[in-house]
Design a protein around this ligand. Structure first.
Ligand code: HEC
Length: 116
């Protein structure tokens, strides 16, 4: 809504007493990084892969920048400590550790960021 930015409601860290998640600079990814088409259908993995490595869409990140992004960006890290929902139950984390995710990203970058 106009005038209501994400950070207007979302704090710098999870507010587990209320279930409102938060992290520094809370925001949506820009449209250039969208992983679904205009009718909300998820893109095929090859399309997502090509979008992730396209420097005109990915905030001009090269391979080293992509590794740094997944290793250190506060919003990426939030996914592994997403706090609790409004009913007090834990939000789910990704199905691999952050360490494994960073290692897999590094291996993919070292392999030349191949896309299916
Ligand atoms: C008017 C206040 C408000 C604004 C503005 C707002 N949020 Fe939220 N958001 C909430 C509250 C309250 C919750 C917790 C309730 C819930 O999880 O459904 C929440 C939950 C979330 C969650 C977790 C959802 C889940 O499945 O657990 C995400 C992700 C999120 N917001 C992202 C955003 C983003 C990105 C923006 C800006 C585009 C935004 N929010 C703007 C109030 C807001």
């Amino acid at each position: 809504m106009p005038g209501l930015t994400c950070a207007g409601c979302h704090p710098q860290a999870n507010a587990d007493a209320t279930g409102v998640p938060g992290a520094p600079d809370w925001h949506l990814a820009p449209l250039s990084m969208q992983w679904q088409d205009a009718s909300d259908t998820p893109l095929a993995s090859g399309e997502v892969c090509r979008a992730v490595v396209d420097r005109s869409k990915n905030n001009n990140l090269d391979g080293a920048g992509l590794v740094k992004h997944v290793a250190e960006d506060a919003l990426v890290l939030w996914a592994w400590s997403p706090g609790v929902r409004t009913d007090g139950t834990a939000r789910s984390a990704p199905p691999l550790t952050h360490d494994a995710f960073v290692r897999a990203t590094r291996r993919w970058v070292e392999g030349g960021t191949p896309c299916p």
